[in-house]
Design a protein around this ligand. Structure first.
Ligand code: BGC
Length: 406
């Protein structure tokens, strides 16, 4: 007997700037090369996935996965305002055809953290016509690729963009203004709706959703009013505002993408509002607490919108692959029990297929099911977790993650 429905989508994901290499025309490239930014290293060639996608997809399919999430690089598609690259759109058409040829159901993300340099230079999301310009890009994507895209994730983690880029200064443009973060959060909700209508009006009939990171947000000390108030403020920005928007009416898409990593405990007395993990807790390379029951909470929160849920990210940065397998087992077990209680979840896309460029942290954190040997021509190194995960995908049975034990 299997633990999951036979048509369940099992895959993994990437994002253009983290794997393609040579994305020289976006805001992140400038950020990585700005000595005043917190970026640890430039993305450079990344995994050279732009050139190696055929081998990469064949490998993921051979391992047993049946779905794959990737993103389009807006700065390649629209290198100058209103100037669209036929060659870049053709490249992504080949990428989508290659996924289909490998029986990998494609999830295409339209905006995963990077924007074209020209868009950033005219004020990014704060420019008065930013959402409109995003809509124009989506129109073109839809006209060129719409009938090849079964699933589209419009905006990747709007709240994380708002918080990291405009509240905490860790992503470009590096602003530290929580009111501005709230503004951008709202603008990105509009961007999702604008993209949804562009896709509805365009070619094909993709299933559309936004991809929200929904961490569990709690006060460090629930009896401390400062902690409780600050946690409530952050939860409003990261979680509640988006759940409210998805239930406010209008066309908000066909599914909600859920991304879950950890729990955030808020300490109002510390300079960084996010308290370190509790003493003795198991943590990851990012020093994030491993907290599988929070995955259940987040799945239920996402499902409270009434939309079917697809897990578009969940994963761990670790140098210990056995820990990755344990992480998979605990989180997929949580997923199964939430589904058994009636929550409608259609798929799970692990983050991430390959070790990659982890934004301001550079190449140090390793989130991949497959490693990249950066000293040996970017050779792909299949980890035992990739094999075990592929077996889960093939069989739908959690036994795959327990080394075959029942
Ligand atoms: C992002 C990914 C990132 C991952 C791990 C998510 O916030 O969508 O691009 O690599 O988390 O930090």
């Amino acid at each position: 007997m299997t633990d999951f429905p036979p048509d369940f989508l099992w895959g993994s994901g990437t994002a253009a700037h983290q794997v393609e290499g040579g994305n020289t025309n976006n805001d992140w490239w400038d950020w990585e090369h700005n000595p005043d930014s917190p970026a640890a290293a430039p993305s450079g060639d990344a995994n050279d996935h732009w050139n190696r996608y055929e081998q990469d997809f064949a490998l993921l399919a051979a391992l047993g996965q049946n779905a794959h999430r990737f993103s389009l690089e807006w700065s390649r598609i629209e290198p100058a305002p209103g100037e669209f690259s036929r060659a870049a759109l053709d490249h992504y058409a080949r990428v989508l055809d290659c996924l289909a040829a490998n029986s990998l159901t494609a999830f295409t993300t339209l905006f995963h953290f990077t924007v074209p340099r020209w868009f950033a230079q005219r004020g990014g999301w704060l420019a008065p016509d930013a959402v409109e310009l995003f809509g124009r890009y989506v129109d073109r994507v839809s006209a060129a690729l719409g009938d090849r895209m079964p699933y589209v994730c419009t905006v990747n983690e709007p709240q994380i963009v708002a918080l990291m880029a405009h509240g905490l200064g860790s992503f470009p443009p590096g602003h530290r203004d929580i009111a501005e973060a709230a503004t951008v959060n709202g603008l990105l909700m509009q961007a999702h709706r604008t993209a949804t209508s562009a896709l509805r009006a365009g070619r094909g009939k993709p299933q559309v959703g936004t991809s929200l990171q929904l961490p569990v947000v709690e006060p460090l000390d629930p009896t401390n009013q400062g902690d409780a108030a600050r946690a409530a403020g952050l939860k409003e920005l990261l979680v509640d505002s988006h759940l409210a928007d998805l239930t406010a009416g209008g066309d908000v898409g066909d599914f909600v993408g859920l991304q879950y990593y950890t729990r955030l405990r808020i300490d109002s007395t510390a300079p960084s509002p996010i308290a370190p993990p509790p003493a003795g807790a198991e943590t990851t390379q990012m020093n994030w607490e491993i907290y599988p029951s929070g995955f259940g909470e987040s799945l239920r929160a996402a499902a409270s919108t009434g939309l079917p849920v697809i897990v578009t990210e969940n994963g761990i940065a670790t140098t210990d692959d056995a820990q990755r397998i344990r992480f998979l087992e605990s989180h997929v077990t949580e997923l199964r029990s939430v589904m058994a209680s009636g929550v409608d979840v259609r798929g799970y896309l692990h983050w991430t297929s390959f070790d990659n460029f982890e934004w301001s942290h550079g190449y140090h954190p390793t989130f991949g099911l497959i490693g990249i040997d950066r000293d040996n021509g970017l050779r792909r190194v299949v980890r035992p977790s990739a094999v075990a995960y592929g077996e889960l995908a093939r069989t739908g049975s959690l036994k795959a993650l327990r080394g075959g034990a029942s």
